[in-house]
Design a binder for this molecule. Structure first.
Ligand code: S3P
Length: 168
């Protein structure tokens, strides 16, 4: 079984992913960390040396690699992964997908000062547009949970309940 966590930057995918993996006793992998390991470059370095399109291709290839592994995994994805090509269909075909939903203003507060996220430099209104464009992709997830009104532990409890109900 694969569980894929998705949602915009700052929605808590890595935090929730780690907690969920502990609860389910299933290893946790972060797609961005896998990309960094594979390329030997940081995410900002890939963006600045090769551009976003190249990053998306590497991201897609790495995602496919993780989804085709035989073992159970909890995988957190980068905020843009579900919105590129048919990645979301790929995710839904091969995993239980969980959208970590949060209000834009709260997300912006969390991400606006982070230098490790190249897209944030575009400024608040551009990032808001990006957020809005991606919502229809995120909404295709099997399970939707809010992360901005619950603590990480509460969010994990809710995910486990939804999973028992939807995928007994
Ligand atoms: C991106 C989100 C980042 C990372 C890259 C691009 C995006 O991951 O993949 O900077 O397009 O939203 P996080 O969502 O983990 O910050």
């Amino acid at each position: 079984m694969k569980i894929v966590l998705l949602g915009f930057m700052g929605s808590g995918k890595s935090t929730i992913g780690k907690l969920l993996s502990e609860r389910l006793e299933v290893p946790f992998l972060d797609l961005d960390e896998e990309i960094v390991r594979k390329t030997g470059l940081s995410i900002p370095e890939i963006f600045s040396s090769s551009g976003e399109e190249k990053f998306r291709e590497i991201e897609r290839e790495t995602l496919m690699g993780l989804l085709s592994k035989p073992e159970s995994l909890v995988i957190s994805t980068g905020g843009g992964a579900p919105a590129y090509k048919d990645n979301m269909e790929l995710i839904n075909k091969n995993s239980i997908s969980i959208y970590l939903k949060a209000d834009f203003e709260k997300l912006w507060k969390r991400i606006s000062k982070d230098s490790n996220r190249p897209l944030v430099t575009a400024g608040k209104e551009k990032v808001r547009e990006l957020f809005e464009r991606r919502i229809p992709f995120y909404e295709k997830a099997d399970i939707v949970v809010r992360t901005d009104i619950f603590t990480p532990d509460e969010t994990v409890e809710r995910i486990l309940k939804f999973m028992q109900f939807s995928f007994p």
